[in-house]
Design a binder for this molecule. Structure first.
Ligand code: 1QQ
Length: 428
C-alpha cells in the first residue's frame, strides 16, 4: 500500500475530527509503536477510513523501516542533555510514523550512546554508519564531540544533522554536516540584553567559562563581545574552569571579591549548576546569565533553589503557537508528563527534517532504487534545499548547512521555595 502524504496530520485536526465523529476525546494522543508492523491494527483513536484519506490525512506507516541514527549521550554528565534528545527523537519517530512516515514507509530511530567524550562518539558514529547502515545521523550532543566525530561521517558521505552543536565552525566541518541548533552568535546576546532590561544599572560584568569544552569557548567569545562591544559594559574579569570540576570555591571567591552586577557562565549543566550553587552559597546576589549549557531542566536538581532567577536565551519555546508545535508539545507531554525543553524540540526537529527530506526525495527518485551511498548523498542535497515548518519555526539551511531561524526567546528559571521543582518561565 502506498499512501501519498502531502503534510503530516496536525494533532488538533485529528482531535477535532474525533470529536465530530463522536469518538471519545483523546486526552492522551495515541502514538504509533516504535516500528509499526504490517499487521498494524487501526489504533482505537484512529479516524474512520473516510476521514483518514482526506487532504491532510494519512494512514500509519507500514513496511520495512528506514533507519535513522541517533548518536547522543545516554550516559555520563552529558546525558543531562542527551536524555532530553532521546525523548524528542522518540516522540518524532512515533508522531511521523503515525502520520504516514516516508510516503507510507516508517522510520526507525536507532540509538547509539556516545557517552560524554570524543572516543565514544566516534565509536557510535562508526556503528551507525557501518553496522546499522543508517541513512543519516542526528548527533552528537556536544560541539566538542562533533569536531572529533563529524569528519568521519563527512568522509563516509553520511549526512549529519547536529541537534545541539552551537559552536562556531560546525557546518564548515564538511559538506555532509548541517545543524538545526542555532549558533551561539544568534542566541547568546539575547540573554545579556534581557539582563539589562531587568537591571538597567548593570555596569560591571564577570565572565566564566569551561576551558576544556569547544562550545563553552566559542560561546564566551560571543558573550564577551556582547558585553564590551555591543553594550559597552565593563568586563572586570574572565575566569576559567573545567567541565569535570565540582569545587568552584576559587572562582566563587574571586567573583565575590570583584563584586560584579552580572555574572555570565558558559559551561555544561553539571559544572555550571554547581558553580551557580556555590556562588549563591557564598553570597553573590547579582544577576546570572547562563549559556546554552544551562538550558535544561536537568540543571534544577544540581543547583536546586539556588537556580532561581538564572537567565537563559533559548532557540525554542513550548508556548510557540503553531500547529506543529502544538502537536509536538501534546505528544511530548503525553509521553513524558512535562513540557518539552529546547533540546527535545531540536531533536524532534532534526528527525522531522530527515523525514520530510526523505519524503521529498522519494517522490523524485525512489529511495528503494538507490544504493545506500547514493541515497545518503542525494538525501544530503535534499536536506539542504528544503524549507521546514517545525516546532522551532520555519527553518531552512544556508549553503554550508547552518540553520536559518527567525525566532529566539529568553527564559528565567523559577524554582519552588524548597528547590524540589522548577521551570523555565519565558520573559521574551
Ligand atoms: C554545544 C552546546 C551544548 C550546550 C549542547 C548540550 O551547545 O556543545 O554546542
Amino acid at each position: 500500500m502506498r499512501t501519498f502524504v502531502a503534510r503530516t496530520v496536525p494533532l488538533f485536526l485529528l482531535l477535532s475530527l474525533l470529536a465530530s465523529c463522536g469518538a471519545p476525546t483523546a486526552a492522551t494522543p495515541t502514538t504509533a509503536p516504535a516500528a509499526p508492523t504490517n499487521a498494524a491494527a487501526p489504533s482505537p483513536a484512529a479516524p474512520e477510513p473516510t476521514t483518514a484519506t482526506n487532504a491532510s490525512g494519512a494512514a500509519p506507516a507500514t513496511g520495512d523501516p528506514i533507519p535513522i541514527g541517533i548518536a547522543v549521550a545516554q550516559t555520563s554528565n552529558v546525558a543531562l542533555f542527551g536524555q532530553e534528545q532521546v525523548a524528542g527523537a522518540q516522540v518524532a519517530e512515533a508522531y511521523f510514523n503515525q502520520n504516514g512516515g516516508v510516503n507510507g514507509r516508517p522510520i526507525k530511530v536507532v540509538l547509539q550512546d556516545t557517552g560524554g567524550d570524543e572516543a565514544g562518539t566516534i565509536n557510535a558514529f562508526n556503528a551507525l554508519i557501518n553496522n546499522d547502515k543508517v541513512v543519516a545521523i542526528v548527533g552528537p550532543t556536544l560541539s566538542q564531540q562533533a569536531f572529533a566525530a563529524d569528519p568521519i561521517a563527512d568522509k563516509a558521505g553520511v549526512p549529519i544533522i547536529g541537534p545541539s552543536n552551537t559552536a562556531k565552525g560546525i557546518p564548515e566541518i564538511g559538506d555532509y554536516i548541517a545543524r538545526i541548533s542555532a549558533p551561539v552568535t544568534a542566541v547568546a546576546p539575547n540573554a545579556v540584553k534581557a539582563a539589562l532590561e531587568i537591571n538597567p544599572n548593570i555596569k560591571k560584568v564577570m565572565v566564566l567559562f569551561a576551558q576544556n569544552d569547544a562550545f563553552s569557548k566559542s560561546e564566551t567569545v560571543v558573550f564577551q563581545h556582547t558585553v564590551t562591544d555591543t553594550f559597552k559594559l565593563d568586563l572586570i574579569g574572565v575566569q576559567t574552569f573545567q567541565t569535570t570540576d565540582t569545587d568552584f570555591t576559587t572562582q566563587a571567591t574571586n567573583v565575590l571579591n570583584a563584586a560584579p552586577d552580572l555574572v555570565i557562565i558558559s559551561g555544561l549543566a553539571a559544572d555550571s549548576g554547581n558553580l551557580v550553587k556555590q556562588l549563591r552559597d557564598l553570597g553573590y546576589t547579582g544577576l546570572i546569565v547562563g549559556g546554552n549549557g544551562l538550558n535544561t531542566p536537568n540543571l534544577f536538581p544540581v543547583c536546586k533553589a539556588q537556580c532561581d532567577g538564572i537567565i537563559v536565551a533559548q532557540a525554542y519555546s513550548y508556548q510557540a503557537d503553531t500547529p506543529i508545535n502544538q502537536d509536538f508539545r501534546a505528544a511530548f507531554k503525553a509521553k513524558q508528563n512535562k513540557e518539552p525543553g529546547q533540546f527535545s524540540a531540536q531533536a524532534f526537529t532534526a528527525v522531522q527534517v530527515l523525514v520530510e527530506a526523505l519524503t521529498a526525495l522519494d517522490k523524485t527518485k525512489k529511495l528503494a532504487d538507490m544504493d545506500l551511498a547514493a541515497l545518503r548523498t542525494a538525501l544530503n542535497k535534499q536536506i539542504l534545499s528544503g524549507t521546514y515548518i517545525t516546532p522551532l519555526g520555519n527553518i531552512s539551511f544556508t549553503p554550508p548547512g547552518d540553520i536559518n531561524q527567525q525566532q529566539f526567546y529568553v527564559a528565567r528559571v523559577k524554582m519552588s521555595a524548597d528547590g524540589s521543582s522548577g521551570a523555565f518561565e519565558f520573559i521574551k
